[in-house]
Design a protein around this ligand. Sequence first.
Ligand code: NAD
Length: 505
Amino acid sequence: TIYDKYKDTFERFGIAKSGNKGVFDGEWKGSGPIIKSVNPVNNEVIAEVISGNVNDLNVALDKVNEAQKIWRDLPVPKRGEVLLSMRQALVDNLEPLGKVVALEMGKILPEGIGEIQEYVDILEYALGLSRMMKGSMIPSERPGHVMLETWNPLGTVGVISAFNFPVAVYGWNSAIALVTGNGVLWKPSPTTPLVSIAVTRLLEKTLHEHKLPTSLCSLVTGGTDVGSSLAADARAHVLSFTGSTKVGRQVGQVVQGRFGKSILELGGNNAIIVMEDCDLDLAARAILFAAVGTAGQRCTTTRRLIVHENIYDTLIERLIKAYGQVKIGDPLEEGVLCGPLHTQAAVSVYEETLKKVQEQGGKILFGGETLGGNFVKPTLTRVNKDMNIIKEEAFVPILHTMTFKTLDEAIAINNNVAQGLSSSIFTKNPETIFKWIGPAGSDCGIINVNIPTNGAEIGGAFGGEKATGGGRESGSDSWKQYCRRGTCTINYSGALPLAQGINFG
Ligand code: NAD
C-alpha cells in the first residue's frame, strides 16, 4: 500500500495507517467522524483520521485563549526566538513534509517542498518583524500632549484553509499571527488532514521545548460543521478564510454579523496579456508554468490568455508544442510536471467546462481529454471574450485564449470578471507598464509585468480585490490585519486644553 511504501515518512510525524487523532488542543484527541486521506494518483486511502466535532472546537478555542494570555506577555523579540525554532523544525523536515503534501494533495514533489520552503521564508520574515513592528508618534495639536499608535494582538486567529496549499496558507497566517502575539486555531481542508497533523506535531514539539503552552497552535480537522462553527464563534477574533468565493461569501457575512475581523482569500480568474512588443520566448515559458503548474490548481493559475492579434498564431503554435512536451504522471516521479487533479469531482468540472466552451461557440486547440483516474490533459481553448464560461473559475488546467487589438481593450478584458486576484502583462514598453500598474490599469491585487500570475514571494502583501475577498496576507504591512490598533493621547501638561479649541464651561 501507499502507506507502507512511505511508512518511514509517515512514522516520522507519528502518523499511523488508522486511528490518527485529528484534534490537538494541548492533547491529541478527536470525537468527530473518521475522514480518509486519499492519494489522488490512484484514489487509494493513505490513512484514516478521527476528525474533530463542534464540541472539540469549543474546548480548543478556550485552550488557545488560555495559552495566548501567556504568549502575549512575551517580549516580541522573544516570540521571534520561538519562531526561529519553528523554522529549524521545518528545515529539518523539508523533504519529508513536502512528500506528505505531494502524496496527499497530488502536486509534484518540487512544488510540495516549495510549499514548506514558503513557510520557512515567512517565519524568517516574521522573525525580522519581531524587531521591527513599530507604532508611530503623531503630532498633537494640544500643548503638553503626545499621541501614539499602538498595535496589540487581537487574541485568537482562526485559520480555515483550502486543499491546494495545505501548508503554505497556514504558514503565512500562523507566522504573522504568532509574531503579533495571537494564538492560532487551524481548520484545514478535510482532504488534507495528514500534513496538518504533521505540521502541528512539529509546532507542538517546538512550543514544548520553549516551555510554552502547546495549545497556542491548536488544530481541529473536520468538515463544514467545524468550519461554519469557527466562523460564527466570537472567540475567533480574526477569521482568516482561504477557499472558494462561494463559501467565502457566506463566511464573510457570518463573521461580519458578529463584528469579527475576517481576512478573505477567495477564488481568482487570472489573465496574462501578451503585447506585440514582448519577448515571446519568455512569455511562452511563463504561460506554461502559470497555466499547467500544480495541474491548474493554484488560486493564481492563469485561466485567460489575452494575446495581441498580430502574434496570436505564433504564440499558440509555440504553446501547443510546449504543452505536447509536458510529462503527466505520478507527482513523485522525476521529470513529471503535471500531476493528477485532487479529486474525481474536479475531473467532472474539467469535462463540464469544456462542454460549455463548445456549446458557447469556443474551440479546443489542444488537450481536452481525460486520461483515466484523476488525470486530465492540460488544455488550450479558443474563445470569444464575452463568453460566460470564461467568467467563472474552473479549478483545472484549462487556459482560454482570445485576441485583442488595443491596450485599452486588453485591460478591459482583464478587468471584466468578478474576481480580482492576479494579472500579468508581457511587454517591453515603459508606457504600457506604467498604464498597467496605474489607476486605469489592472484592478487586481497582484499586478505583474513579464512574470507569470502565480509564484508570489512572501515579502509582498498577497490577496485580491472584488470577489477574491479583499484580504491581504503574508508580507508588507499585512501584519496589521492581525492586530488591534490603539490611538492613545497622553496629557502631561497638567491643564486640560480640548481638541478643536473647544471651551467647555
Ligand atoms: P472550499 O471553499 O471548498 O473549502 C475551503 C475550506 O472551507 C475548507 O477547509 C472547507 O472545509 C471549509 N468550509 C466549507 N464550507 C464551509 C462553511 N460553510 N463555513 C466555513 N468553512 C467551510 O475551497 P477548496 O476547494 O478547498 O479550495 C479551492 C478554492 O480556494 C479555489 O477557489 C481557490 O481559488 C481558492 N484559493 C484561494 C487562495 C487565495 O489566496 N486567494 C489560495 C488558495 C486557494
